[in-house]
Design a protein around this ligand. Structure first.
Ligand SMILES: Cc1cc2nc3c(=O)[nH]c(=O)nc-3n(C[C@H](O)[C@H](O)[C@H](O)COP(=O)(O)OP(=O)(O)OC[C@H]3O[C@@H](n4cnc5c(N)ncnc54)[C@H](O)[C@@H]3O)c2cc1C
Length: 503
């Protein structure tokens, strides 16, 4: 009698076909482990999808492919052939009251835009702030004004910050400003503005002055990855949500999914979850204890919508995106998708993505698409970025839960859920961005998935919660979510302020 001593590989159910879920699926199928991915939406890629409307393709925000994690870089190039990647120059400017300021600031350009009178006023305001610093520097406004003067603060910090986070800058704590722009001073900014780029010595900056980008957008990566998973024997079921995670005997035993054909139960040895952490906790049956459910209710997100407007190519701009610091409009940032890749747009036209930072259910979120297209068109014209009548079509994409909110209780809430899950359902593995309520970009979302697969298949003991913690990363002094301020480094907005708690 022959005894088969080879243990069958565990069956893993993956919730979500975003970067984290599909990376996990790819890594599992690579090792012949059975895997089923369940995706609520009808497109893959999650927040890193590429939306397609009438042949136009665009991102949820622009998604740069840049990583310091070698295995992520290798993964990208294993999934997509090199020929599918473009190496794009990075260009972005700040729109302020009809003028476009280079970012990072350059002296000649800044002076030319401000004019000598305003430049003198800015210096005066700076000197005044040094002599009579604001009494209260515990908030963002006081902290930044003390270091740059009120005039520069208003131009390059206030409006954009308030749009992104939806709070007055006087309610944002200063420690975030200190963390984000700690190495920045007016003197440093001026020095930075005057010196030629190479002399600034910031190798990280120069590294990401170019970035990789799949020619059909980030969704191309995840569409291809889903195909490879299916080819290797995994399944990716679209339009189907996980509604319950069943637990028994100290572990998860199955999930219930709801799709077009109704509900069904899928047994699983492991569950990898990229759904927002609170949703995972709420789905567990029998339910989590009240304090854990209370922790789930305590977490919040900031939401995002894009109004994509089609304009003639010559009405576009060379920037990948423009930060809108001009007061009086609600748009926060404008992408030119034609500058990301010519393959996203059509001959003679480009597509501009107006980004609005919103809360689900607020007036913008609830507005009809036609009204949003009208608003976006009016704001684009008011900013002087296109001539009246240039917009020929518009599309709206809403992305709930784009940003996990860090507020005063979030860390404790995450800890509570994380520890309960680890004890009550050790075979359920939260990964990714909202899955862990972390400001993870694609690369770190993917890395959490890669390490989780090793935990499942190799009994490795990786603590995936350590990914991105304490890591000196290229975004550390970025201004893209605090401001597009003088001399800051480039980044994708990983750091986030601790927001006040909403009642
Ligand atoms: C404006 C913006 C710009 C960004 N720019 C960059 C950038 O330049 N570079 C970069 O690397 N990263 C960028 N990111 C971050 C990047 O988008 C995320 O890190 C990445 O998409 C996270 O992957 P994920 O798989 O963890 O989660 P997600 O992308 O959120 O995917 C989760 C998936 O789970 C599905 N799901 C949720 N609930 C259920 C359920 N109950 N059942 C089944 N499926 C479910 C969702 O539909 C979704 O498809 C940006 C993010 C934003 C918001």
């Amino acid at each position: 009698m022959v005894v088969n001593l080879v243990m069958p590989l565990p069956h893993t159910l993956i919730i979500g076909a975003g970067p984290a879920g599909l990376t996990a699926a790819y890594e599992l199928t690579r090792r012949n482990a059975p895997v089923e991915v369940v995706e609520a939406d009808d497109v893959v890629g999650g927040i890193s999808r590429t939306v397609e409307r009438d042949g136009w393709r665009f991102d949820i925000g622009g998604h740069r492919f840049f990583t310091k994690v070698g295995r992520v870089e290798e993964f990208w190039h294993e999934v997509l052939p090199d020929g599918d990647f473009l190496l794009r120059p990075r260009m972005s400017r700040i729109h302020y009251r009809g003028k476009l300021f280079d970012y990072p600031l350059r002296a000649g350009n800044a002076l030319g835009n401000l004019g000598i009178v305003e430049a003198v006023r800015c210096v005066g305001s700076y000197v005044w702030a040094r002599l009579r610093p604001p009494a209260d520097q515990s908030h963002f406004e006081g902290w930044v004004s003390a270091r740059f003067g009120t005039r520069l603060y208003r131009m390059f910090f206030k409006t954009y910050t308030e749009k992104v986070w939806g709070f007055p800058a006087t309610e944002l704590q200063a420690d975030w400003a200190a963390q984000r722009i700690r190495n920045l001073s007016l003197a440093g900014a001026v020095r930075n503005a005057l010196l030629p780029r190479r002399a600034r010595g910031a190798d990280i900056t120069s590294l990401i002055e170019e970035f990789q980008y799949p020619k059909l957008g980030p969704g191309m990566m995840w569409e291809r990855c889903a195909e490879l998973v299916a080819k290797a024997g995994g399944t990716v079921t679209m339009g189907t949500s996980v509604t319950r995670v069943h637990r028994a005997d100290g572990r998860a035993v199955a999930v219930t999914v709801a799709g077009p054909d109704g509900e069904r139960r899928i047994e699983a040895d492991h569950v990898i979850s990229s759904v927002p952490l609170p949703e995972l906790v709420r789905a567990v049956d029998p339910p989590a204890p009240p304090p854990v459910l209370a922790a789930a209710d305590a977490l919040r997100h900031r939401d995002f919508l894009t109004v994509a407007l089609v304009v003639p190519a010559d009405a576009g701009f060379p920037d990948n995106w423009i930060y809108v610091h001009t007061p009086g409009v609600r748009v926060g940032r404008i992408q030119n998708f034609g500058s990301w890749s010519p393959f996203l747009v059509r001959d003679g036209f480009t597509c501009l993505g107006l980004e609005y930072f919103v809360d689900e259910g607020d007036d913008l979120w609830e507005s009809a698409d036609d009204d949003l297209v009208t608003l976006g068109t009016a704001e684009l014209e008011a900013l002087g970025l296109v001539r009246p009548g240039a917009v020929s079509a518009g599309y709206v994409v809403r992305m709930p839960k784009a940003y996990p909110v860090y507020d005063s209780g979030y860390e404790q809430a995450v800890e509570t859920m994380r520890h309960w899950l680890a004890e009550a359902l050790p075979n359920v593995h939260p990964v990714g961005r909202n899955g862990m309520h972390r400001y993870n970009n694609q690369d770190h979302s993917m890395l959490t998935a890669m390490l989780t697969v090793e935990n499942i298949l190799d009994d490795a003991d990786h603590d995936v919660w350590e990914v991105n913690v304490e890591e000196e990363y290229h975004e550390q002094a970025d201004a893209s979510s605090s401001s597009a301020s003088a001399g800051g480094r480039h980044g994708t907005g990983r750091a986030a302020p601790v927001l006040p708690r909403r009642p």
